[in-house]
Design a protein around this ligand. Sequence first.
Ligand SMILES: NC(=O)c1ccc[n+]([C@@H]2O[C@H](COP(=O)([O-])OP(=O)(O)OC[C@H]3O[C@@H](n4cnc5c(N)ncnc54)[C@H](OP(=O)(O)O)[C@@H]3O)[C@@H](O)[C@H]2O)c1
Length: 106
Amino acid sequence: MLRYCQNEGMFLTAYSPLARGTVLDDEDVRRLADRYDKTPAQVALRWATQHRDVVVIPKSTDEDHLRENLELFDFKLTREEVDALTKPSLLKSGKAMLDGMVGEIR
Ligand SMILES: NC(=O)c1ccc[n+]([C@@H]2O[C@H](COP(=O)([O-])OP(=O)(O)OC[C@H]3O[C@@H](n4cnc5c(N)ncnc54)[C@H](OP(=O)(O)O)[C@@H]3O)[C@@H](O)[C@H]2O)c1
């Protein structure tokens, strides 16, 4: 989808970029958070913002979280680190989305 948007000159909006909070417990995200002295939320949002033509819209009702979610641009994940998060993130966010849909239907 992202590649298609980039080729066609469109932006892609990253809804639920924290997978509604579930990504914060991801082991790989937490490992990178320790490495960069950042929070898991900051690593997940940095991963998303490092993709070209992606607009990232996390939601928070907490003032500290809102501030934290803006303090992303003083570190950068390497290409290897971005790639390492990409495949598991796709699987886990897909599962989180399905779990949410099943919950809504019930
Ligand atoms: N139009 C659509 O079909 C559609 C579908 C999905 C999503 N969206 C939009 O996408 C946006 C985000 O979606 P979302 O709310 O589903 O998911 P999200 O942004 O992935 O996750 C929000 C959750 O993460 C927590 N959070 C945020 N920042 C955090 C931080 N720094 N540390 C720890 N926890 C943090 C929030 O709790 P706190 O409030 O406690 O910080 C909240 O529980 C919203 O504007 C939503 O309307 C639109």
